[in-house]
Design a protein around this ligand. Structure first.
Ligand SMILES: Nc1ncnc2c1ncn2[C@@H]1O[C@H](COP(=O)(O)OP(=O)(O)O)[C@@H](O)[C@H]1O
Ligand SMILES: [Mg+2]
Length: 241
């Protein structure tokens, strides 16, 4: 029997604007990601990748279609219920990091736990652990602006992992990282994904990380073109731009 689906999208459609300026960005997307899977999404700039993962994460609402995450139907839930669901279950790493500049990195990484109502002491202890795992244990009192782009990205990753979410979604997680740190981050994602009931979805242009995927979905112009099953020893060659 195949693994159950962590994410199931059926006939998802999304447009921006209306009337003459209406732009249909997702054109009938159906896609599944399974328990224990690392799925990557590739495709040219503007093809709809960020829009698609925002819909998976519930930060953006689809116009049409069904979105189930761990069996919960996000398209049927109220905005408040989706927000609560996201706080419990989803870690999202934004392309632009979205760190809070006035807070140090421990405070930044503790945000998901504070949203869940955990105490500051507990949240910050967990945040320090998560930052240590991404190699920032010696930078705990720094603010994001005092760090390099790659370090800021690792803070964003620690923040996404701190509440041990079942689903991690990331937009270009390794773009600003050198080979060594990119490898470290992929190992973290692998550890997260290989626990039953978990799933990782990664948008990437970085073909160095393709061997870490179980499947790679290639997108263009608002559609899924193809799903590649990955042979770790012979990763697929896919045009990424
Ligand atoms: N909030 C928005 N309002 C209007 N257009 C948008 C919005 N977000 C994205 N778009 C447009 O949707 C298309 C797909 O964007 P996006 O999902 O960010 O693509 P990708 O992540 O693949 O580069 C682009 O043409 C983009 O300009
Ligand atoms: Mg994008």
């Amino acid at each position: 029997m195949s693994a159950p689906s962590s994410i199931s999208l059926r006939h998802v459609v999304k447009s921006f604007g209306d009337g003459g300026s209406k732009l249909t960005v997702l054109k009938d997307i159906s896609l599944e990601a399974k328990d224990g899977e690392i799925m990557m999404l590739v495709g040219p700039s503007g093809c709809g990748k960020t829009t698609l993962i925002s819909i998976m994460a519930g930060t953006l609402k689809a116009d049409e279609g069904e979105i189930e995450v761990f069996g919960s139907a996000l398209h049927k839930m109220s905005k408040g219920a989706v927000t609560r669901f996201r706080a419990q279950n989803i870690g999202f790493i934004f392309q632009q990091f979205h760190l809070i500049p006035t807070l140090n990195i421990v405070q930044n990484a503790s945000v998901p736990l504070l949203i869940q109502g955990k105490s500051t002491r507990y949240a910050e202890a967990k945040a320090r652990e998560a930052l240590d795992k991404v190699g920032l244990g010696d930078r705990l009192h720094h603010r994001p602006t005092e760090l390099s782009g790659g370090q800021q990205q690792r803070v964003a990753i620690a923040r996404a992992l701190v509440h041990e979410p079942r689903l991690i979604i990331c937009d270009e997680p390794t773009a600003a990282l050198d080979a060594k740190n990119g490898q470290l981050v992929m190992e973290l994602f692998e550890n997260v994904a290989r626990v039953p009931g978990r799933c990782v979805v990664i948008v990437t242009h970085d073909n160095r990380i393709f061997p870490h995927a179980d499947r790679i979905a290639s997108m263009d112009d608002g559609r899924i073109l193809e799903i590649h099953e990955v042979d770790k020893h012979k990763p697929p060659v896919i045009a990424t731009h």
